[in-house]
Design a protein around this ligand. Structure first.
Ligand code: TXA
Ligand code: MG
Length: 360
């Protein structure tokens, strides 16, 4: 299959609005006719298809190489569309939509009959989100249907934050890539399940527990979110977001995280770097602006500053893909805990490391 790439970066001052309209209407038509289009959102790039067409859902799973029991997020462009896709929408769920949409919050609700089970991975619930990006909103409007979109990476690879990342994974596998430039946030949306007795966060993201509690009161965090080992989750525990059970965001190199005081972590990682050098292996370090100077040898990369966790989230996937390109054998990572985005970043990194976390 030939994959067309169209430019749609409105922040480029030379960009012509008429060309944008034409490109977006083309992209919308591709989705309406059953094809697949990758597009930017404020979080990461999505791989979109008609959410109401089970064949489109099957095509998405095939293009990503994703197990079909891992449900897709349905994207809409107006809050009112939620009524067609979900049922039993509670007062609190509506308040979340009004407060956080368009934005990086995905809400799990009971699904309406028109949503095929292929889209929801066989579940009776549906994940709904209204993204805050002009290209995404325009695409959904032009398609005239809700758009099912997982992150536009091959299953198991880091989520794409630029159209270039999407092209690396998806050329020849989908109909079109809409290039809207680099995304703003760089980490996937927060997922909250509103179908149980207490609202529960299934995946942390830019919208934090505190922000959610301010609007709807009690909010729980699923135990798969902060788990530092598989044992902590429990062998027979089934994470409510099926995606959380798969090894995710995995770089090609062996990634090991280190937890302890800044000094202990730096000492342990420096020991590992020396050992790798001795064995003729290529090793890299994920650190922060504050700690960069503590490391010697190897490829040292700051992921951002601890003072602004947004920078760490923004660089995460980009950095993991860079390490893939450099073909390093080992990546040693510092841990950054925080209540907000720090938690979201650690959740991704610990999973990327396959739960390899060393206490030092
Ligand atoms: O920021 C985002 O959410 C991006 C952009 C493209 O919108 N999308 C995204 O989709 O991250 P994906 O497919 O990579 O991750 C969706 C996650 C999976 O872990 C999946 O298991 C979970 O959402 N999920 C989807 N529907 C669900 C449902 N009905 N119940 C529980 N979890 C669900
Ligand atoms: Mg994903």
């Amino acid at each position: 299959m030939d994959t067309i790439i169209v430019k749609a970066d409105l922040s480029n001052e030379w960009y012509v609005p008429e060309v944008w309209e034409k490109n977006m209407s083309h992209a919308g038509r591709v989705i309406r006719e059953g094809g697949l289009v990758a597009f930017p959102t404020e979080t990461v790039y999505g791989l979109g298809g008609n959410a109401l067409d089970k064949r489109a859902a099957e095509k998405i799973y095939r293009a990503k190489g994703r197990p079909s029991d891992n449900p897709l997020i349905v994207h809409i462009s107006r809050i009112s569309q939620a009524e067609n896709i979900a049922v039993n929408i509670s007062h609190d769920a509506r308040r979340l939509m009004e407060e956080f949409w368009p934005g990086p919050l995905t809400i799990i609700l009971d699904k309406a009959d028109i949503v095929p089970k292929e889209t929801t991975g066989g579940l009776d619930t549906v994940a709904l989100r209204m993204p805050n990006h002009p290209v995404a909103l325009k695409l959904i409007e032009e398609a005239g249907v809700p758009v099912a979109a997982p992150s536009a990476n091959l299953s198991g690879k880091p989520s794409p934050t630029t159209a270039g990342h999407v092209a690396e994974d998806m050329m020849g596998r989908i109909n079109m890539i809409v290039d809207g430039g680099a995304v703003a946030i760089g980490i996937e949306s927060t997922i909250i399940d509103m179908t149980g007795a207490v609202p529960t966060i299934l995946r942390p993201g830019f919208v934090t527990v505190e922000m959610l509690k301010k609007v709807i009161g009690a909010v729980e965090v699923d135990k798969a979110v902060d788990a530092k080992s598989i044992e902590e989750i429990g062998g027979d525990y089934r994470p409510k977001a099926p995606g959380m059970k798969y090894r995710h965001y995995a770089p090609k190199a062996e990634l090991i995280m280190f937890e302890g005081s800044v000094e202990n972590v730096a000492a342990a990682i420096n020991r590992k770097l020396k050992e790798a050098e001795k064995n003729g292996k290529k090793a890299a370090v994920i650190c922060t602006d504050e700690t960069e100077s503590l490391y010697k040898n190897g490829c040292i990369k700051s992921i951002g500053t601890r003072a602004e966790e947004e920078t760490i989230a923004y660089n995460l996937y980009h950095l993991l893909r860079e390490f893939d390109d450099m073909e390093v054998d080992y990546i040693y990572g510092e841990t950054f805990y925080g209540t907000g985005l720090g938690q979201a970043v650690m959740n991704r990194l610990i999973k990327a490391a396959g739960y390899r976390l060393e206490q030092v």
